[in-house]
Every structure is written in C-alpha cells, then in structure tokens.
Design a protein around this ligand. Structure first.
Ligand code: SF4
Length: 346
C-alpha cells in the first residue's frame, strides 16, 4: 500500500491542516474536498481548477486510494452485489438495494470479522484488518459511478463489526454527512452492532442523528451464547442497559435485528421472552428470515413460525416488521461472495 498520507480519509479539518502543511491556502482544501467527496473523482489529474504545479505537489505528498470492482451480481429483484478488491488484495462486499423511496447501499466496515457469530459467513476466517474511512466511502462512490444511481441511504451492516473499527467509522460518518461531500443525512445512515456495550455508550454521547441497530438474534443469554460469542463479554442485561442509555440520551428508537433460525430461537416461548425484555422500550424489531450459509447447520424458520413470532410481538405492542428477503438468487448471505473469491484465490 502507498505510504503517503491517504487524502480521501481526511475530514475537512484534517485536509485544511494538510494543505497548510504543504504551503497552500485553505480554499484549496475546500476545492480538493469537493472533488473527492462530491464530484467523486479518483485522481488529482481530474481536479480541473487546480494548477499543474499544485497537482504535482499533491502527487508528491499524498495519494488517493482506490478500489477495484471484481464482480457485480445482479439479482432478479434489482439488488446488486458488488465484490471489490482493495489495494492490498483483500476482497470486500457491498450491496445496492433499490427501493421506491431511494437507493440504499450496505457497506462493509472490516475485511473479515472477529466476532465469530455462528450463523455468519463473514467471520469464518476471522478478522484480516479494519477498513479505512476512504475504503468505506469508496464502496458508495464506486457503486454510484457504476450504477449511475444516486445513493440516498447507507447501512453499515455488511462484513465486519463497525464498533470494532470505531474511529474510522465515526470519521466515515462525518465525511459522508458533510455538506461539501455527499451530504447524506444522518437520519439516512444506520449502523449495526452485535453489541459492543462500551461503544454504544460512546456512540450515544456523540449525539449523532444516526440510526442504531442491534443484532440481537435471541431472547436471552443462553440462546444468544450459542449463536454469538460477544455474550461472553457483555451479557444481555448489560446490552439492554446500554440500549436504555442510548434511547434516553438521543431520544431515538433502536432497531433490534432478529434472524429467525429454525428450532433455535423461533419458538412462541422465545417470542414471549423477547417481548418481556423489550417491554416499554422505544424500539422496533426487524425479523429476518435467515439466509442459508453452506458451512453452517442453521436453517431458515418456517413461514408459520415467522408469522407466529410476529403475532406474539404484535400482541405485546412491540412494533415488528419482517424483512423482505433481497438478492436470494445471488449468494445472499453477507460474506458469501467474499468467501467464494478468497477460496478461489488460495
Ligand atoms: S454477524 Fe456481523 S458481527 Fe457477527 S461475525 Fe458476522 S459480520 Fe461479524
């Protein structure tokens, strides 16, 4: 990887500092920031209002990281799955979903993941490394360039645990939300965590308007432990305490993601226990009919179990939706494309 400073990962203040450090005026930083994050150019050469001398100076002192599209799989339902290669050869996945209300991109925050959730393809080979802010941004920029569709919503729910890459995540949010960049509203950004409790408190204290989703997937510690090793660090009670704090601090609703797995977490009793845990909380439950991962023993719940589970939550006045399954025909589960690519390479 290039050892010069990565100019695309710099927020506006860092870019001004950097530009001053090479003897240039502040307005140049604003111009360069606009080229990178609004016009989405990928080289100094394309920055038309900069002199050749300045372009040369920039090339000597900084670089613009790029990612390459290896593959795009288009689903019959309009979903597009992108497989990207990073500059060090790592592969990551990004998904474009088109809805009536706009176009949403689900990005990865890490190459691999060390959280080891038992139902997930992304964590099978552990964590390789964190993604830089530029690598998170470029997933969105590259999708916009390739699809020619404007992106209005972002979910940080692909490969990786975003709160395990916290500093880069926050910088990514600030850049993608900035008025001189893509200016994507904080309310149109959702970050999903498997429950890194201290970071939920930190995130609440930042007072961002970003949506928080928690991958819950179980009604209690016992079942959660069989699926998600994070429980060995933070109990259900600690997680709920952090969620309460987040809601009080931000006055924002939390979404609980719950993948329904046949015979594991999808019984009527499980639904009643979950309803008891979430009673009175400003929250929403998103039930996810699980996508099958070849190496994993888990299976999708039957339709009647999914309906029954929802009925119980509804009867307890817990707002619940069933997520529409997208991209089923193109390696739907998160991490599948990347895994297929890595095994082809090795
Ligand atoms: S579900 Fe998310 S946190 Fe868990 S292993 Fe997969 S990518 Fe990591």
């Amino acid at each position: 990887m290039n050892r010069l400073p990565d100019i695309k990962s710099m927020d506006e203040i860092e870019l001004i500092d950097f530009i001053s450090s090479i003897g240039e005026k502040k307005f140049r930083a604003e111009q360069i920031y606009g080229w990178l994050h609004n016009k989405l150019v990928n080289s100094f050469e394309e920055m038309k209002n900069l002199s050749n001398t300045l372009k040369e100076k920039l090339r000597e002192n900084a670089y613009i990281p790029n990612i390459e599209i290896l593959d795009i799989k288009k689903s019959n339902d309009g979903t597009e799955k992108y497989l990207f290669e990073l500059e060090d050869g790592q592969a990551i996945e990004t998904v474009l979903m088109t809805y009536k209300h706009g176009n949403s991109v689900c990005i990865s925050s890490q190459a691999g993941c060390r959280m080891g959730c038992k139902f997930c393809a992304s964590g099978i080979n552990g964590l390789v490394r964190n993604l830089t802010p530029a690598e998170m941004l470029e997933q969105i920029y590259a999708v916009e360039r390739a699809s020619e569709l404007p992106v209005s919503n972002i979910v940080v729910m692909g490969t990786g645990e975003p709160f395990d890459n916290y500093e880069n995540l926050i910088k990514f949010i600030r850049i993608i939300n900035s008025k001189n960049g893509k200016n994507i509203g904080q309310r149109n950004i959702t970050v999903s965590t498997c429950g890194i409790v201290p970071k939920i408190y930190d995130f609440a204290d930042l007072h961002l308007g970003v949506n928080l989703a928690i991958s819950l997937h179980a009604p209690n510690d016992e079942i959660r432990q069989s699926l998600m090793p994070i429980v060995n660090k933070y109990t259900y009670e600690e997680l709920m305490g952090a969620c309460d704090y987040y809601i009080k601090k931000t006055n924002r609703r939390i979404t609980f993601e719950y993948s329904l797995i046949k015979g594991v977490n999808d019984s009527k009793d499980d639904a009643y226990i979950l309803a008891g845990k979430l009673k009175g909380m400003l929250c929403h439950v998103n039930l996810i009919p699980m996508n099958k991962v070849d190496e994993k023993p888990y299976e999708k719940s039957e339709d009647k179990s999914i309906k029954l589970f929802k009925d119980v939550l509804d009867s307890k006045k817990i707002t619940t939706t069933i997520r529409r399954s997208l991209g089923d025909d193109v390696d739907a589960a998160c991490g599948q494309l990347r895994k297929t690519y890595s095994s082809r390479k090795s």
